[in-house]
Design a protein around this ligand. Structure first.
Ligand code: GDP
Length: 221
């Protein structure tokens, strides 16, 4: 059989690997406020980052099929913690604190930047950061700042457009191509941007597939 003829089967296989990875309940592990408290084992980390209100907790909950797993970034006390979740003992899903909150005190912003930069520099297990962008608003200055840090530290990141259900098809295509144009020259940016809606459960299968490719293989247990 040629590669082309094999393709649908390969795709179905990949989708199944993504489904399997999230078939078991995802477990909250801990909230980390300092890097000395990071888990100390061989599991790879995959992070979710984005501005407050971008839809990060909704996406994590939809991805894991668990309501209430991740909490909104404006929950008091949640702005300074990295939240670790164990996915099938094959991967840590890390919820980075939301940023770009208009009324955030300067000391909070400084603390966020310090923690995030130290984490990006020091975490050898970090495989990818998913940077969430609200499809209605596109890339903002604070997103550019994060992408700058990721480029500097050579951590691969991939953009995910959220809340795409709020846009008509044409507008969604327009923001996707405008966003693509903004990252072409960014060295650590993954070229493929994903489009999701937690509300309508769109793009989740592809996201699970992408994450499964970064996880430890299931037979490594
Ligand atoms: P976070 O602060 O980034 O964790 O954002 P949340 O997940 O708490 O979402 C912020 C707001 O956006 C909430 O009112 C959500 O109901 C809403 N929201 C999140 N995802 C979607 C989505 O896919 N579609 C729509 N229409 N609204 C969404």
């Amino acid at each position: 059989m040629t590669d082309r003829q094999n393709r649908p089967e390969i795709e179905a296989n990949k989708i199944e690997l993504g489904r399997q990875l999230f078939a078991r309940p995802v477990q909250f592990v801990k909230s980390v406020v300092g890097l000395e408290h990071l888990p100390n084992d061989a599991l790879p980390d995959v992070c979710f980052a984005g501005r407050s209100n971008v839809g990060k907790s909704s996406l994590i909950n939809a991805l894991c099929n668990q309501k209430g797993l991740a909490r909104a970034s404006n929950t008091p006390g949640r702005t300074r913690e990295l939240n670790y979740f164990n996915v099938s003992d094959r991967l840590y899903l890390v919820d980075l604190p939301g940023y770009g909150y208009a009324r955030a005190p300067k000391t909070d912003i400084a603390r966020w930047t310090k923690l995030t930069r130290a984490f990006l520099r020091g975490r050898a297990n970090l495989r990818r950061v998913f940077v969430l962008i609200d499809a209605r608003h596109g890339i903002k200055v604070s997103d550019e700042e994060l992408m700058g840090m990721l480029d500097e530290t050579a951590v691969t990141y991939q953009l995910i457009l959220t809340k795409t259900d709020k846009l008509k098809k044409r507008a969604a295509q327009k923001i996707l191509s405008a966003t693509q144009d903004r990252i072409v020259k960014r060295p650590a940016a993954h070229p493929d941007i994903m489009s999701t809606s937690s509300e309508k459960k769109l793009g989740l299968e592809l996201l699970r597939t992408e994450i499964a490719a970064l996880a430890l293989p299931s037979n490594a247990l």
